[in-house]
Write a protein that binds this ligand. Structure first.
Ligand SMILES: C[S@@+](CC[C@H](N)C(=O)[O-])C[C@H]1O[C@@H](n2cnc3c(N)ncnc32)[C@H](O)[C@@H]1O
Length: 292
């Protein structure tokens, strides 16, 4: 593959991601508490490693509707600020609206066209985060290098990805449901960038080491990914927010969609017979420091 082919492939992938996330940005804002509240252990784990302090300048790459940018904004107050960057202009608009709605004055959001060119001055940030974002990027090494360049010497970067689909209940259950009704490749590394396509801790830490980060610390633990009050609400949440599936769902005949929904209600109900649907997944965290 030539350099030009690789560039084209990456751009095609970014276009796909941009389209998929645009379709669900409003739903991510509407359902944000279904992710942020149960997902607090993940965000707290990231912030523990990155150790934000008042007055610091933080960068949050692939910020979605503001997780963890909004939590970071509180930790760097007073005097600090957060810049959230995302490929999707729709996500950026929703994050901006959430920050205004929640009265967070020190977080701003901006669109990036390419994870390797963040459009921020070198050395402008004390710390950076990327929560459930690197796995969707076609050029992860370039993304980690771009974050390194944005950090001052001594700056910290913490990234979070998910373990393989078998170790992430939301994808294990939904892959099974979807595959029973449509011939869709499961959400898996072979399918290209996606939720569980950066599931090896070695690969994740290798990206940091190759970019020159030092003092690497890692954590692997199981944590809730989302919570819904009942199986029907869990399926609704999934079908409205699962970027990679949305075009497929929209194109299905109503009968297939309804059969899938009934299947999902049964599967989620069997997995959570006694209360809310709160599936867990394996969480991978890595934190490194840019050398002085
Ligand atoms: C699963 S969401 C995570 C959002 C948020 N960090 C969270 O944890 O709730 C993935 C986000 O990655 C963004 N994204 C995908 N590809 C990207 C890229 N190449 N550069 C920057 N952001 C990207 C999407 O637009 C989406 O908002």
């Amino acid at each position: 593959m030539t350099t030009a082919d690789r560039r084209t492939a990456a751009e095609t992938e970014r276009d796909r991601q941009r389209e998929e996330w645009a379709l669900c940005s409003a739903a991510w804002r509407r359902h944000r508490r279904a992710f942020t509240d149960p997902g607090r252990a993940i965000t707290e784990g990231m912030l523990r490693l990155a150790a934000p302090r008042p007055g610091e300048r933080a960068l949050d790459l692939a910020c979605g509707v503001g997780n963890p940018a909004l939590a970071l904004a509180e930790r760097v107050s007073p005097g600090g600020y957060v810049l959230g960057l995302d490929l999707s202009p729709e996500m950026v608009a929703e994050a901006t609206a959430v920050a205004a709605e929640e009265g967070v004055p020190n977080a701003g959001f901006r669109t990036v066209l390419d994870e390797g060119a963040l459009g921020v001055p070198d050395g402008a940030f004390d710390l950076a985060t990327c929560r459930a974002g690197l796995q969707y990027m076609p050029d992860r090494p370039a993304a980690v290098r771009a974050v390194r360049d944005a950090l001052r010497p001594g700056g910290r970067f913490v990234a979070m990805t998910l373990g393989a689909a078998e170790r992430c209940m939301p994808f294990r259950l939904t892959n099974g449901i979807v595959a029973r009704h449509v011939p869709l490749p499961p959400v898996a590394p072979e399918a290209g960038p996606g939720p569980v396509s950066l599931s090896s801790l070695d690969e994740l830490t290798g990206l940091f080491a190759d970019a020159g980060f030092t003092g690497l610390r890692t954590e692997v633990f199981e944590a809730p990914i989302f919570e819904a009050p009942d199986p029907a609400a869990a399926w609704e949440l999934f079908t409205e927010t699962a970027g990679p599936f949305l075009k497929l769902f929209a194109a299905l005949p109503p009968g297939t969609r309804e059969a899938m929904r009934e299947d999902a209600v049964r599967v989620f109900g069997e997995a959570f017979p006694d209360g809310p649907v709160r599936p867990t997944g394996e969480v991978l965290l890595v934190c490194g420091t840019k050398p002085a």
